[in-house]
Design a protein around this ligand. Structure first.
Ligand code: NDP
Length: 390
């Protein structure tokens, strides 16, 4: 039996992971499930899967979790320290699907036990890629990509040498506003930004798809995970979301990965790796699909992409600044404080301010330094948001 834990079990990726586990429950021994505010879901899944432990990130939610688990034999705990303790519990495979930089510390702790970490939490790689990879190496752990594009590239590289790679192309649907007149973006509402044309995902990543902040993070994730140069990474708008990524080799071959837009493929690939097993995902009928479209992204519509290029060129801890600014700008958009296009203006201002005012950008990539610069960037984003509102 494979011992597994799922961080962010109550979210979109967590629930897709549980869907796969549930289909073959006798093969798995579930150690820990973690969640945030959705206590009913966390408790119900922990009881159904027979988990040893259920953890909520919020200490004030512990009484509710204890009550929901009463008599089940599932242990309950809460708070940041409890998340770290859960990550240290021995498991063969751990899903990292907390949203945001909050996933970094548990991910690092999981790697320290030399496990396989299936990484959906792209923000960890953006904020502290080198630290994650070095920690994995030091403890003999394995990091497997779960983002659909990165899983596709990973699969395209099986049996290949990364030095034979000329370029990596990741695709983007273009999100909810791909075909909107540019002048309408300023007044785009939360509901409009939360409707993805192809993928069914958590709200934050759906809005980040409309702004392409999600793709911007993925470009940085590609650089960090595969160790390629920024100039080797391309983004293509592909409205059908069926080609997830392409790997271009020195000999001119371009290998594409196609599949239905269903995260259970990438999750299942990481779960069963290095084997391939049956997965409950739709099979593509290309004759029926008939046509696939590709175009170059418009950098005026999607300024986050140019910002990601600047972040990679600058290096150091700029990834953590970018992610924190983006997370806070998104919080303000969700709260209704700022407009859709204000988000990219805020991240641009934070990148500039934190780089010039903080001496931290070139400091060592430790969890403490990443946490410190994350706080500075968040404060800076709040100031920028207040100026926007004012
Ligand atoms: P969701 O918002 O659906 O779920 C996030 C999970 O994290 C929930 O379990 C949530 O708990 C928990 N959580 C939220 N805040 C905290 C916190 N501060 N500390 C600990 N746990 C917290 O997100 P997704 O599943 O969409 O995304 C998860 C990760 O996977 C992200 O990094 C995203 O970029 C990445 N990803 C997602 C894809 C998708 O298809 N959804 C595709 C590729 C990557 P609760 O809900 O109980 O409050």
């Amino acid at each position: 039996m494979q011992k597994i834990s799922i961080f962010g079990a109550t979210g979109s990726i967590g629930q897709s992971t549980i869907d796969l586990i549930r289909r073959d429950l006798s093969s798995y021994d579930v150690v820990a499930l973690t969640g945030g505010r959705n206590i009913a879901r966390l408790a119900a899944d922990a009881i159904e899967l027979g988990a040893d432990l259920a953890v909520t990130a919020y200490e004030e939610a512990l009484p509710e979790l204890r009550q929901a688990l009463a008599g089940s034999g599932v242990e309950a705990s809460a708070g940041q320290a409890a998340l770290i303790e859960a990550a240290a519990r021995p498991a063969d495979w751990i899903m990292s699907a907390i949203v945001g930089v909050a996933g970094l510390a548990p991910g690092l702790k999981a790697l320290e036990q030399g496990t396989t970490l299936a990484l959906a939490n792209k923000e960890s790689l953006v904020c502290a890629g080198r630290l994650l990879l070095d920690t994995a190496k030091q403890y003999g752990a394995r990091l497997l990509p779960v983002d659909s594009e990165h899983s596709a590239v990973f699969q395209g590289l099986v049996g290949e040498d990364i030095s034979a790679v000329e370029r990596i192309v990741i695709t983007a649907s273009g999100g909810a506003f791909r075909d909107w007149p540019l002048e309408n973006l300023k007044t785009a509402t939360l509901a409009q930004a939360s409707a993805h044309p192809n993928w069914d995902m958590g709200q934050r990543i759906t809005i980040d798809s409309a702004s392409m902040f999600n793709k911007a993070l993925e470009v940085i994730e590609t650089r960090e995970y595969f160790g390629v140069e920024p100039e080797q990474i391309e983004v293509l708008v592909h409205p059908e979301s069926l080609v997830h990524a392409l790997v271009g080799f020195r000999d001119g071959a371009l290998m594409a990965h196609l599949g239905a837009p269903d995260m259970r493929h990438a999750i299942g690939y990481a779960l069963h790796w290095p084997e391939r097993r049956d997965l409950p995902v739709a099979r593509l009928d290309l004759a029926q699909i008939g046509q696939l479209n590709f175009s170059t992204p418009d950098l005026i519509r999607y300024p986050a992409l140019s910002q990601a290029s600047g972040v990679m060129q600058r290096g150091g801890l700029m990834g953590a600044v970018f992610n924190a600014a983006k997370e806070r700008a998104l919080d303000h958009f969700i709260a209704g404080d700022i407009g859709f296009t204000d988000m990219a203006e805020i991240t641009a201002r934070v990148l500039e301010r934190v780089e010039t005012q903080s001496g931290l950008i070139d400091s060592a990539m430790t969890l403490d330094n990443v946490t410190q610069i994350d706080h500075i960037a968040r404060k800076s984003a709040d100031v920028a948001a207040a100026q926007t509102i004012g």
